[in-house]
Design a protein. Sequence first.
Length: 455
Amino acid sequence: MKNHYMGLLPKVHLWADVLLLNLSFFSAYLFRFDGFSEIFKNQYVNLLLVANLMWILTIYFLKTYQFSRLSYNWNTQLAKFFKAAVVHAAVMMAFLYLTKQGEDYSRYQFLMTYGLFMLMSALLRSAAVLILKVYRQAGYNYNRFAIVGKGDLASLIREFYGERRELGYRYYGMFELGATDTPVQDLEAFVREKQLDYVYCCLNEMTDEQVREIIKMGERQRTQIRLVPDFRGFMTNMATIEYHDMYPIIQVNTKPFSSFNEQTLKRTFDLVFSIIVMILGAPIFFFVWAAIKITSPGPVFFKQLRSGRWGEMFYIYKFRSMYVDADKMGLKHSQGDNDPRITPIGRFLRKSRLDELPQFINVLKGEMSVVGPRPLFKYDVDMLMEAAPHEFQRLLTVKPGITSIGQINVGYADTVAKNVERLKYDLQYLKSYSVFDDVRLIFRTVQVMVLGRGQ
């Protein structure tokens, strides 16, 4: 029997969230006002009705509940839900402000509603993902599939689902067209007998006519046909498909953050985070400024020419951690804790990474990002262009960052080998972008700062 409940899970999540939103509202009201005796006599009922309407509009425009088996995972579900919840809260605050009713409602009740709503929905999603994963690994709620093709690509498809049993796909066989006089008829009989949900077609082993015949067969048997092109060996970057009229165009992302949405999201995050750090961190900025001024003669800030995006040079800002005449010693890279050029306070600043704080000015100017590969000296750039030209060229397609996965795992690179090792870590970051990855790396950087493990 084919799976007739493919669209059930999004509906369950949708109505569960509506229920939890209302439950959170009433719970917050109960905590705030110690009962429900007056709730139907005041304006809170109207607020709840507006909140429900706004939630439906928010999830409609954000497409919160559009997901597939492959995209139904913990990270995706939480990211989509929290995005919708934050937008909904902002819309409700704007509504209260524009209607001048903000003073008529309890801010405590408002904040507690969203706190409970986010907590309960996050727990529900976590439980649903975990239960469904265990349920499918046990052999239930599966989709049946077969593959047309018997080459390496067909094997990769089979191995992909075999290694991910939590997705709920069960393999039923491979077919090679041309092996019999009536291949599509034989395949159709098999699809009908096994009641297959999907047939994967390896396009590199099929003709256009065979593909058309199988699509017609899928329509007759109500079986989904999935066409799989073979890009192995020459497409290593993420790709997206756009439709120009009826023609699919595959766009290969030759540089990270190619889409407008990714660029906008990353730049917005950089600006908001940098402004918050500079406002809340003002006392730390002043303390470091005073410590440098008192303990060592010379300027507080230090600027140095570094290589940025596309190899363009710019001045990076730091708190000065070395003596003013450090350049006369003829050293380029740091020599570690025994480096004679570093001031006593500079050693602390480097260990805690506080010397990097002025680089938020570079972020505001658009020369750097909060998270990204570290900006290098010109001679380090030349060195890496010789050691790993293709890999390093990809790093030059994005803005350098204050922190990076390579900086966290490798630290300061004073040799070609360390630079290449750090390069490999930074390349992992470029494969896919998300704000959650940036936040995770920032938390790891804070851990390095608190433990004093910077170099």
